[in-house]
Design a protein around this ligand. Structure first.
Ligand SMILES: Nc1ncnc2c1ncn2[C@@H]1O[C@H](COP(=O)(O)OP(=O)(O)OP(=O)(O)O)[C@@H](O)[C@H]1O
Ligand SMILES: [Mg+2]
Length: 380
């Protein structure tokens, strides 16, 4: 099938159906050994290329490119889309990527999730039932939404005639915006995932289910911090907190009376605890300036945990794994460990994934790997 007719097919599908899931069968047309996962954030674009080898999926290429600053701040304008498309083109050139088919993780602060309980129905009835139920819960019109879902369990304690389902909805407008960008960059989506599902996929690949552990995955990006909790192998809870790396930069710029660009540089080279961490102290002490924000972030995370526990969605959270560019703030893991009173570690999305060390630039991988979680999940 040529690119034009493929796009026609996607456009038709996007018009008619609202389930992300429906795009998946298209993928069968392209059984490929190489898979490219893409995560387009507000700050950066992340790309992961995996190849099927006898050792399992192997990382052969990766990309992390920041979207020029002024652009990522103006939301959803035509120019922003043009620029994202040009960053994508540069990425493809620099990395000498031949493949044009990509698997996209859609991230957006409007993504909404909720677990619902519905009477047990057959597979065919399920889609209809979810649509009907989702209409009641999603805070925007279902006509404007793209919905995806996963069955959590079908024999809940409420009685075996109920099944529990997590429903995730994103605004159709957002998804269409991503599709336009891909089209402009001459890329073809063969699969769409919402970020929390992609994150859970790569988390489970690297951290197998351990009954003793109740892990929360926290992705700290630029605009949004997502608290994601998986249980028994599937997504159980997701909440977006609109407090992340760009807020730290903003507050630093004000506190130090410098431009945001300068504040961003200071943030990246500073540590919250320079003396305790035995690091050379460079520049200003950033901790007192961003402490109120960090405290607020920890409180919001704690609130999410408390909600999950009181609603009995999960047991007590006893471990946190951090991802995203914001998690690279030196000392943040230590701060959150003290405030949340659970062990906190920086996650490695490639802990259990083979890496082609000839193709992949190891220092770059080490630097950006915590940001590649959703892109990896989309590629898997
Ligand atoms: N070394 C570092 N130290 C501190 N913060 C960092 C570092 N590197 C990146 N960041 C911050 O991480 C954030 C970007 O993270 P990431 O690339 O994961 O964002 P994104 O996925 O594009 O954003 P979002 O998911 O919110 O749309 C920025 O606020 C940036 O300042
Ligand atoms: Mg992100």
């Amino acid at each position: 099938m040529d690119t034009k007719s493929y796009w026609e097919k996607i456009d038709q599908k996007m018009d008619k159906v609202r389930f992300l899931d429906r795009l998946h069968p298209l993928e069968r047309l392209f059984e490929e050994k190489v898979k490219i996962g893409l995560d387009i954030g507000t700050y950066s674009i992340k790309m992961v290329q995996l190849k099927d080898t006898p050792k399992g999926p192997t990382l052969v290429k990766l990309g992390y490119k920041e979207i020029p600053k002024t652009l990522s701040e103006s939301k959803a304008s035509g120019t922003e889309q043009d620029s994202i498309a040009s960053v994508l083109r540069e990425l493809w050139q620099e990395q000498k990527i031949k493949g044009r088919r990509v698997r996209l993780a859609v991230s957006d602060s409007s993504i909404y999730s909720r677990d619902i309980s519905i009477p047990r129905v057959t597979e065919e009835e399920l889609v209809k039932a979810i649509k009907w139920q989702a209409e009641k819960y999603i805070p925007f019109s279902i006509d404007d939404a793209i919905v995806d879902f996963q069955t959590l369990r079908s024999d809940s304690k409420k009685g075996s005639d109920q099944m529990e389902i997590i429903v995730v909805a994103a605004k159709k407008e957002t998804v269409n915006k991503y599709l336009t960008v891909l089209k402009e960059a001459k890329l073809i989506p063969t699969n769409l995932d919402v970020c929390p599902f992609a994150v859970v996929k790569s988390f489970l690949k690297n951290y197998p289910v351990n009954k003793e552990e109740m892990v929360a995955v926290i992705d700290i990006g630029a605009k949004v911090t997502s608290v994601i909790i998986a249980k028994r192998g599937s997504l159980q809870f997701v909440r977006n907190i609109e407090l992340a790396g760009s807020n730290f930069t903003q507050v630093l710029a004000q506190g130090l009376n410098v431009e945001k660009i300068e504040a961003e540089k200071i943030k990246k080279r500073s540590s919250l605890y320079p003396l305790e961490m035995d690091e050379k102290k460079e520049g200003p002490n950033i901790f007192p300036i961003i402490e109120p924000l960090l405290v607020e972030l920890a409180q919001e995370i704690n609130r999410s945990f408390a909600y999950c526990e009181t609603e009995q969605l999960t047991q007590r959270i006893n471990k946190v794994i951090l991802y995203g560019g914001g998690a690279r703030l030196k000392g943040l893991d230590k701060f959150l460990k003290e405030k949340l009173r659970v062990p906190v570690e920086i996650g490695n999305p490639f802990k259990d994934i083979a890496i082609d060390r000839i193709e992949v630039d190891t220092p770059i991988l080490d630097e950006v790997s915590s940001s590649l979680m959703a892109a990896l999940g989309a590629a898997l």
